[in-house]
Design a protein around this ligand. Sequence first.
Ligand SMILES: Cc1cc2nc3c(=O)[nH]c(=O)nc-3n(C[C@H](O)[C@H](O)[C@H](O)COP(=O)(O)OP(=O)(O)OC[C@H]3O[C@@H](n4cnc5c(N)ncnc54)[C@H](O)[C@@H]3O)c2cc1C
Length: 383
Amino acid sequence: MNTNIVIVGGGPVGRAFALAASRLANVDVTVVERSVTLAPAPAAAFDHRVYALSPASLVFLAEIGASPDAARLSKVRAMQVWGDDANSHLDLAQGQPIATIVEHAALMFALEQAASNIERIRVLRGAVPKAMGTNGNQHELEMDDGSTLRADLLVGADGSRSQIREWAGIPAVVKDYESDGIVANLHCEFAHGDVARQWFTTDAVLAYLPLPEKQISVVWSVLRAKSEALKALGDADFCRAVESAGHNVLGKLTLASPVARFPLARVIADHWCAPGLALMGDAAHAVHPLAGQGVNLGFADARTLCETLRNRSRFSAAGDMLVLRKYERARREATLALSELTDKLRALYMSNAKAASWVRNDGLSLLNRMPHAKAALVHYAFS
Ligand SMILES: Cc1cc2nc3c(=O)[nH]c(=O)nc-3n(C[C@H](O)[C@H](O)[C@H](O)COP(=O)(O)OP(=O)(O)OC[C@H]3O[C@@H](n4cnc5c(N)ncnc54)[C@H](O)[C@@H]3O)c2cc1C
């Protein structure tokens, strides 16, 4: 009999895992997604929600047959980082692109298209589980339409407020950053040169990510009070605020998309598995967007869980703790380290202490004069 893998959450990570898992022998995969709508082909205008994909994530997407349309991708060939003293900065570049920017819409379209031809993947849209029952390694989801789904392996990929995590009784440490991530696309007067730019100040982290056609995606992580003040601005004043926070490096900016806000929190689940159940993506860990690593970490989870399932002994079932713990061990420590680093970096930049100010300004300039350290940083952050 085939192994039933049920994935709750059809976001980028759940959909990628579904594609990867469908390549395992003797499995049937069901994706349960609350949202009703199919991802449409990307519209002419760029989606305001974008991801900076690492080279490893791009390889993974190619492996599962879900490479996004190349016309919608933009390569980041260099990165510039500034401290709050406008003279201190760090230039990061290497021979090949550091990261690739992809819109959420283009990514979801590629993932859905790839799954549409695979019979072993069943996608239930507009579907939400009402309750979860557990019997040994097996789980049963009672669905809101009265049906029941039986899972030999239940995967919670249902985002940072994961219902599956809660039903499984897995505690999570949640740190509310009391900040919003403000995202929007803007046309820029001067060419961005495929450079990602980031400014760290004591109340915000601002990122300009290059998009095709002289546009940038702005991700501005700001404390809630500043977020409210920015929300009150009209479009033109908002653009002036973005220009000024980015020291006018790209000249005049004009809005090319709506402005959206996402509350920011750090989440890390105490465990990533239980008998017959695994967590992945934001359901297991959500990190501050300043490192732009959220979806990359989730794709690494999806790839690792698949490899662990593929390499298990033929005497083990997919839901065995011995198997799932291997997945957790392979992913949790590294994710925790990145989550800590991001959190500490954010704290360093928000601190008014003199030592912190030295590190974020003089320290940045010092690092800028150390090519080997810079190369190591690029490798750590983007591989
Ligand atoms: C402002 C901001 C900027 C970011 N920038 C970047 C970046 O540049 N690069 C990057 O890698 N990451 C970035 N991230 C992080 C990234 O968005 C997340 O890490 C990523 O979306 C996680 O994907 P996921 O599939 O795990 O979860 P989600 O994207 O949250 O998807 C979860 C899915 O589960 C569904 N769902 C939830 N509950 C249920 C339920 N009970 N039943 C059925 N379905 C359910 C939801 O509808 C959704 O489709 C950013 C985040 C923010 C807030």
